[in-house]
Design a protein. Structure first.
Length: 372
């Protein structure tokens, strides 16, 4: 009888040990974001070995934090009085407060501050599901990929970039997905996988509503092909694009299509690239000088040249080059009126001297060709 009692006691003890396992609250010192910030600092200092070590620590800390948050929330919802409150977060919080469940409350309030509870439709279950998906750390995978890319380990870097993109929906800064795609395109170009190169760049510009709007594209091309003398000015007066993160993708694709002699695609991407650059410059200039009144492309260039940082930004991001490429593509697509009008403006007013000189040369060539 004693042996039987001892066996039951040991079995019950083991049972409760298993099902009462607790997960320690992560220490602030090993916070995943703090460690990742240190990894970024190490990367910027070109201490790549340390950066990789810190990235792995950050990823481990992220998994530990997510595991604790899920464990804490799931256990906080188990008591009967909490269950009676249902799944509606505003009904749950007062009960947790009354129970002095401060860890669970801290988690709820932190995610409310980051996303608002409307983001989770005020559902505790949806919040927990969201947290579970955050065990991955795409920013960390991307930084690791950047290290391996610099070290020439392109296949390893590519796999890390692909993993980062797979979980890009949980990036703290959503626009960082563009950085990931640009890096994938860059590696594909280095590996001479031009189909993938094009695919990644197209994936970037597919975020642009204008690119996906066939009616808009057709209308833009109709304006470009017009033989009316005001066709060029009308183009920049009538159309706008807003997402300047796509700027480089448009320019790179335009060059790629030019090399493949795909004239129509080259024109489309060159036009959208120039328009994106134009829209960004116009927006900044208008904010700098609220009294600025747009009176044609030349007026914008003249105003932009008053601000050194705008000119430098345009040089760094190939914006001024993009206008010349656009003009050249219009000529190659047999739109001489538009090409001459645009090159004439660029010859006199492009904010970058090199492209003013280039426009002057091309204008002479085109004018001679048109006269023949």
């Amino acid at each position: 009888m004693k042996k039987t009692f001892l066996f039951i006691f040991i079995s019950l003890f083991e049972f409760f040990c298993i099902f009462s396992e607790t997960i320690a609250k992560p220490d602030y010192i090993i916070d995943d974001k703090r460690i990742f910030l240190d990894a970024q600092i190490a990367f910027d200092r070109q201490d790549y070995g340390l950066a990789l070590k810190l990235v792995e620590r950050a990823k481990a800390a992220r998994k530990q934090k997510v595991k604790w948050e899920v464990y804490t929330l799931e256990n906080s919802l188990k008591p009967e009085e909490v269950k009676r409150a249902g799944d509606f977060i505003p009904d749950i919080l007062p009960v947790l407060s009354e129970r002095q469940d401060y860890d669970a409350l801290e988690i709820f309030f932190r995610y409310e501050k980051l996303y608002t509870m409307d983001f989770f439709e005020n559902s505790a279950k949806k919040l927990i599901a969201f947290i579970k998906n955050r065990s991955e750390f795409p920013e960390a995978d991307y930084l690791s990929g950047c290290v391996y890319q610099l070290e020439g380990e392109y296949s390893v870097a590519e796999q890390l970039f692909l993993k980062a993109f797979e979980f890009s929906s949980i990036l703290d800064v959503p626009d960082e997905k563009y950085d990931i795609l640009y890096s994938l395109a860059d590696i594909s170009f280095t590996k001479k996988n031009f189909e993938k190169y094009e695919e990644y760049l197209v994936l970037i510009i597919s975020q642009d509503k204008a690119f996906k709007n066939n009616r808009l594209i057709d209308a833009m091309k109709s304006t470009i092909r017009s033989v009316k003398s005001d066709c060029m000015e009308k183009f920049f007066l009538m159309y706008r694009t807003e997402n300047f993160r796509l700027l480089n993708a448009y320019f790179l694709l335009s060059e790629y299509y030019q090399e493949k002699n795909e004239k129509d695609r080259a024109l489309t991407t060159a036009a959208l690239g120039a328009l994106t650059g134009f829209s960004k410059v116009y927006d900044v200039v208008s904010k700098r000088n609220p009294e600025f009144e747009y009176a044609g492309l030349s007026s914008l260039f003249i105003e932009a040249c008053k601000y050194t940082d705008i000119v430098e930004w345009g040089i760094k991001n190939n914006v001024w080059k993009g206008f010349n490429d656009f003009a050249e593509n219009t000529f190659k697509n047999e739109c001489p009126v538009f090409a001459v009008k645009l090159y004439t403006i660029l010859k006199e007013h492009s904010p970058e001297e090199y492209w003013r000189a280039e426009a002057s040369v091309r204008l002479d060539v085109i004018t001679a060709a048109v006269k023949r």
